[in-house]
Design a protein around this ligand. Structure first.
Ligand code: ZN
Length: 138
């Protein structure tokens, strides 16, 4: 069995962002040379997510509005976590949107369902964040 590991780094210009990282994951898969196996992609920071959904900008605005209703960023003093840092909402948003995805690798390609793409969800951005890509198989 072969294994491949790569870290991607993100530094978004905005506090929250949704980034389609499918091209980077496909590049990693090509570099791995793995044809059959599993590809794990996970956020390495607890205020960011990796999730799979549709690459449609309206949906991304819907995510933003929905998450702000569930866990509004402000007022900061509504959260026990805030004080030293004011990112409680980002931790909650990350929990809802998930830590990682696993995609089957078939014939050297990510075996997606229709319209599926991999996204990095940033909820406390404008600083360096990391995503792990781990691929196993043969
Ligand atoms: Zn925190």
């Amino acid at each position: 069995m072969k294994t491949y590991r790569q870290e991607l780094t993100f530094h978004t210009k905005t506090h929250r962002a949704y980034v389609n990282i499918t091209p980077q994951v496909e590049t990693a898969l090509a570099e791995s040379g793995i044809r059959e196996g599993l590809c794990l992609v996970n956020a390495k920071n607890i205020t960011a997510s990796v999730f799979i959904n549709d690459n449609e900008s309206g949906l991304h605005r819907d995510f933003e509005r929905w998450l702000e209703k569930l866990a509004p960023e402000k007022p900061y003093d509504q959260y026990d976590h805030n004080g030293y840092e004011d990112n409680a909402d980002a931790h909650l948003k990350r929990t809802v949107m998930g830590r990682e995805v696993v995609v089957a690798v078939t014939d050297g390609k990510l075996d997606f369902g229709t319209w599926e793409q991999i996204f990095y969800g940033e909820f406390d951005g404008m600083r360096d964040k990391r995503v792990l890509v781990k691929i196993i198989g043969e």
